[in-house]
Design a protein. Structure first.
Length: 411
């Protein structure tokens, strides 16, 4: 790490050795003895270690100089869409023990308009008629972007409102609103951000977004649209709430039911990744793959295609693959294919210069779903976790990243 050359290694280690808000795996183990703390680590393959250096240098710059932006995109399925694990990660990144306690809310999607479960930490209201498309449905006729979903309207009365709860959550004001949207002659303009003093508006037709620059920070917005007789409809692929300030951003980009093939259907993924310019990409797939007729070879092929698509536009972005946790099929039957999926993820990482966080192993491996259920960490479906379970998972992931960072500095 080039930045380490300019400062003392011992000084940097001491700076980051102070405690963080997350409990360590060893601390959690006193309550949850089934955890395998030796497995709670980031494992690098190929050039992954070198790729992570840019991510860690961003952290160093934030800690030492208060400059830079840590931008994490976490893709996955329903475990991610619910935004419980990502929300806890957001809290940990912005805890008082870190120097990057500010940051943007990041990229969100109005799931409620698509009649899907919306994250608890922002509120979506709308008017007018809207339709939706998900990457889990293989239609092949609709554009999809970085969120894996879209909402579309041709209703002149349509509006879209985003607000944040008043208390109890990590909230972020924003001075820039970036709306990823359809473009072209038959697409209406976004007329305004209501309740905001807009200083400037610009639309990028090539990359497919409109940006509103605001005079003052805000924590809510309402979009309205200009329809005329030439226009037909507008599709929204996601909304990025930005401030431009140094700090951390953790965007949850999950789609209920998504398998590793789902994001491959997002034909606008590459363009929108370039715009978002992430410091780290986390991919959490495998759960829905093993619930179907699992084919390890096909799974590896599709995962490799996804990573290559990402790297075709971001060749040096660090990518972390996480393994799915133990679960039951139909609440009673062990999923025999899970260890195969874990092995396949390691094969993909080795072949594509990725890192791995093995949640399946940390959680306790085969049969650990019963331990987690007995500790009231699992939902009734024996597949998803409850809030405490996702918060525990986030603590473990956060600790593994922090420890990997400290190890990198020491060596």
């Amino acid at each position: 790490m080039n930045l380490i050359k300019h400062i003392g290694i011992a000084c940097v280690f001491a700076l980051f050795a102070k405690p963080v808000a997350a409990q360590t795996c060893e601390q959690h183990k006193s309550t949850y003895p089934f955890l395998r703390c030796r497995e709670n680590k980031i494992q690098h393959y190929g050039r992954s270690f070198d790729m992570f250096n840019s991510f860690y240098e961003t952290i160093l710059n934030l800690q030492l100089y208060g400059t830079g932006r840590l931008n994490i995109l976490h893709f996955g399925d329903s475990h991610i869409q619910a935004d419980l694990l990502p929300h806890r990660m957001r809290q940990l990144l912005r805890s008082e023990q870190t120097a990057w306690s500010s940051g943007d809310r990041g990229l969100i999607f109005p799931y409620a308009v698509a009649r899907s479960n919306n994250p608890h930490n922002y509120i979506v209201d709308h008017s007018g008629e809207w339709t939706s498309v998900s990457s889990t449905v293989s239609l092949g006729i609709s554009d999809l972007g970085i969120t894996g979903m879209s909402i579309t309207t041709s209703d002149p009365t349509a509006t879209l409102k985003i607000s944040q709860p008043e208390t109890g959550y990590v909230t972020s004001t924003f001075t820039r609103v970036r709306v990823f949207r359809s473009t072209g002659r038959n697409t209406p303009r976004i007329r305004r951000v209501q309740n905001a003093n807009v200083m400037h508006k610009t639309t990028n037709e090539v990359f497919g977004y409109t940006v509103f620059l605001l005079r003052e920070p805000m924590d809510n917005l309402t979009l309205a649209f200009d329809f005329d007789r030439r226009t037909q409809e507008i599709s929204i692929y996601g909304i990025s709430l930005e401030s431009g300030n140094p700090g951390s951003t953790y965007s949850a980009l999950g789609v209920n039911g998504a398998d590793v093939k789902a994001l491959l259907r997002s034909n606008l993924l590459g363009k929108q990744l370039l715009v978002m310019n992430p410091s780290l990409i986390i991919l959490s797939y495998g759960t829905n793959d093993v619930f179907k007729d699992f084919n390890a070879s096909e799974f590896e092929t599709n995962y490799t295609l996804l990573i290559r698509r990402i790297r075709s536009v971001l060749p040096n972005v660090p990518i972390l693959l996480t393994t799915p946790g133990d679960a039951l099929r139909g609440r009673t039957q062990p999923i025999e294919e899970l260890p195969q999926a874990v092995n396949a993820i390691y094969n993909v990482a080795r072949a594509n210069d990725c890192a791995v966080w093995n949640f399946y192993a940390v959680r306790g491996g085969r049969g650990s779903i019963n331990d987690w259920s007995g500790a009231d960490l699992v939902a009734a479906d024996k597949l998803h976790l409850v809030r405490r379970g996702y918060e525990l998972q986030a603590d473990l992931l956060f600790q593994s990243l922090v420890q990997n960072y400290l190890n990198t500095i020491k060596h």
